[in-house]
Design a binder for this molecule. Structure first.
Ligand code: SF4
Length: 104
């Protein structure tokens, strides 16, 4: 995630909700995201990370087709996970009303 992404995140209103998805083609399988935010990420049998929503792994279809809502209070941790992700494959989108903005 770039500095501009952090700036964009800082400008979001309190009503904004974050969604996250993973590009599984780029995931290295190191599990850092799962270590940091197990409520939002999980490793499945294929050794690749997937996003989680309400305790359910979203692996069908995966990629941008599996967009998980980030729980309140976990936004900063998910942003941090995207920053440190070795595959640079964690993508975050902010939704405010009908507007969706990709942050990275
Ligand atoms: S931190 Fe990134 S590369 Fe590592 S398992 Fe998670 S999504 Fe994959």
């Amino acid at each position: 995630m770039s500095a501009s992404t952090e700036e964009a995140n800082a400008e979001l209103s309190e009503d904004a909700r974050l969604h996250v998805w993973i590009d599984q083609d780029l995931c290295t399988g190191d599990g850092l995201c799962v270590d940091g935010v197990p409520e939002c990420f999980v490793m499945l049998e294929d050794g690749i990370a997937y996003v989680v929503e309400d305790g359910v792994a979203l692996n069908d279809p995966g990629m941008a087709g599996s967009l998980a809502l980030v729980p309140r209070g976990r936004e900063d941790l998910v942003v941090q996970a995207a920053i440190i992700c070795p595959g640079e494959c964690i993508f975050i989108e902010a939704t405010e009303g009908d507007t969706r903005t990709r942050l990275n």
